[in-house]
Design a protein around this ligand. Sequence first.
Ligand code: BES
Ligand code: MN
Ligand code: ZN
Length: 502
Amino acid sequence: MEIKVIVGDIAQIEADAIVVNLFEGVEQPGGATAAVDKALSGAISSLIGRGEIKGKFGEVSIIHTLGKLPARIVTIAGLGKRQDFNVDKIRGVAGEFCRALRKLNCRKIATILHGASIGDIELEASTEAIAEGALLGLYNFTKYKKPEYEDIEEMLIVVREREKVPILESAIGKGKTVALATNLARDMVNEPANYMTPSQMAEIAKEIASKYNLEFKVFGREDMEAMGMGALLGVAKGSNQPPKLITLSYKGDKHSEKTLGFLGKGITFDSGGISIKASEGMDEMKDDMAGAAAVMTAVGAIAQLKPKINVTAVIPATENLPSGTALKPGDVLKAMNGKTIEVISTDAEGRLILADALSYAVKQGLSPLIDLATLTGACRVALGTLYSGLFGNDQDLVNKVLEATERTGERMWQMPMPEEYKEQNKSEIANVKNTGNRHGGAITAALFLAEFVANIPWVHIDIAGTAFSAKESGYIVKGATGVGVRTLVELALSEAKSQEAI
Ligand code: BES
Ligand code: MN
Ligand code: ZN
């Protein structure tokens, strides 16, 4: 879908549909909604009066103009309660009205800027959110099945003042870049594991690298052996697919030694291995590379937005399968940093491959480190599907990530990392073991990872609950969510800005 800015009066736009809005509880609409209401001889206010249009968040009301206006349809998008309104609501509203209008066979739609004059929401933020929400909300995975509805081809954002056009255009550009990167991550996660193998992940990383001029490296089994990556190799033992360690580097600040490290868990299918999972719902375990997909596409988006900063993504990728050569419970592995790990459950494989990826990142001098991983079912139990779990060894870095999430709407909740729980990861025969007991499973997993980050500032984001959605709502659709991409991009942009200020 193309997104353009035009100067004019929304009521006079020729399109399949025009979109205005309404806050919940407002009886007499103002602004553009009032102008359209007038052109429709009061149809909107009369529907509000009858209680048909309420302005509830996510509500999309349709009025057919029957020739009264150049547009075929007038859409009233509910913004919800005024006091609850924020930038993320704008994304959600855009996602909802776009999907509704696609169902009504609209090819060209026009919208006002929602919320740009409300509270402290800036023009850019509102524009970016509409572009982002629309592209995210319209996403569908179409590789193996034709979509039910045809695409909306064009969305016009209508403003009255010509001088605002350049600001809006650049905001659309940013929103589009970030949304398309998120949608690419969604594609990768929605792809079944018979296609999205570690080798295929490396192929995609290579394509991103050549498209945006990034440095790309891929290491295979022999390289891993040479580097001492016994934990990653251990997980890979059960599979016929060769494991890959992939890196993608963006160098936006050639004069700085400092490079931010983004790590993503890349289990292209998690059967559990010998500690095999129950078969019900196992198909969802194709999403176990959502962290990897997010860090890869985030670096691609960063390369397009060109902040003055260096970023390297590190992705350990392998399948986790049972076989005659597979890793077994009780086996002891040695990670790249020299620590020995007793494998209690082969299903706690994410922390094993991340142990080597983190050791590698530390050795490469990357700092700070942010890892994204569909790591524990326990995190989903603790926080549900709206919040990712956030852990860290450096409160400044934790705060920076949390601040970035406030702008992106990707909700995260900081979890504790008490020393006392380290007890659970103690092994009789090795430096650590890879599972604790049933209690605090997301936390003991984070404490395990902490063993491999040395003293580098680090944040771990457990996206087991948030990577995949069972329902559609706002700009989230069924299937992969692409969680993390937007926050990582935002973090890189804000880090670059704060460096500049020094
Ligand atoms: N990939 C899973 C975690 C997961 C569960 C992601 C549900 C998405 C939805 C991970 O590798 C795993 O299997 N974790 C185990 C750890 C346990 C064996 C300590 C789990 O959560 O059960
Ligand atoms: Mn597992
Ligand atoms: Zn897993």
